[in-house]
Design a protein around this ligand. Structure first.
Ligand code: 13P
Length: 253
């Protein structure tokens, strides 16, 4: 059975002390209330806090993810971080192709594909983001955009490799805007994505793939989003920065 996942993308927020405080609060909340069955929590802090998060995760119930990785093995790429480095810090997940990276750092589908390869080579599960911008949605192009992102970023993988991938559908117009996709809009695209995977890899692989929703997800709307058959959780930005909100979402399954 595929996992329900609630992943917190902290983006570029929190200094070290604040990061420690947030983790402490999440751990206390997790000791107080167990996550629903078959639910995995993933924290994706900025690079400098990964090691600290990994240490905490040893005796807790969350996994640790990075927010980015370089597409090359190693070498003269000043300021970059490799998949091998992440692996050596016991990082198990990594976000790839986030719309902010596509928009501000020129991350193309071809680069996404190379990053995914690096991660899989190092036993790290990619959380691959896709989603359309507002103009594309208004022009009814959301299905074409998502098909292209998934096909070009992921469909070079073998079925076995694809089994390691988590997908996050994040409509760009919903990210940080307070404007959430309706449960119907989310379900429609999630079912479409699962259909694409089934066409390429077969129904069994599609049924095992967790597809997360991201974009202004909060405790007040998580329940109705997660109630959809093809929505297997969320990739949470703003609401993952407060333990209470993040736990509220994690308990919404
Ligand atoms: P918000 O939850 O702040 O809209 O961000 C979503 C997101 O981009 C997660 O990756």
């Amino acid at each position: 059975m595929r996992k329900n996942i609630v992943a917190g993308n902290w983006k570029m927020n929190k200094n070290f002390e604040e990061a420690e405080e947030l983790i402490d609060n999440i751990m206390t909340a997790l000791e107080d209330k167990e996550l629903p069955e078959n639910t995995l929590m993933i924290l994706c802090p900025p690079f400098p806090y990964l090691e600290m998060c990994s240490e905490y995760s040893d005796d807790s119930y969350f996994a640790v993810g990075a927010q980015n990785v370089n597409e090359n093995d190693k070498g003269a790429y000043t300021g970059e971080v490799s998949a091998e480095m992440l692996r050596s810090l016991e990082v198990d997940y990594c976000i790839v192709g986030h719309s902010e990276r596509r928009a501000y750092y020129g991350e193309t589908d071809a680069i996404v594909a190379r990053k995914v390869d690096q991660l899989l080579k190092n036993d790290i599960r990619p959380i691959v983001c896709c989603g359309e911008v507002l103009e594309e949605r208004e022009a009814g192009k959301q299905f074409d955009v998502v098909r292209r992102q998934i096909t070009d970023g992921l469909f070079h993988l073998s079925a076995e490799q694809f089994g390691q991938v988590v997908i996050a559908y994040e409509p760009v117009w919903a990210i940080g805007t307070g404007k959430t996709a309706t449960p119907q809009q989310a379900q429609e695209i999630h079912a479409f994505i699962r259909g694409l995977i089934a066409e390429k890899y077969g129904k069994a692989v599609a049924d095992e793939t967790s597809i997360l929703y991201g974009g202004s997800c909060k405790p007040s709307n998580a329940k109705e989003l997660f109630a959809n058959p093809d929505v297997d959780g969320g990739l949470i930005g703003g609401a993952s920065l407060k333990a209470e909100d993040f736990m509220g979402i994690a308990l919404a399954f």
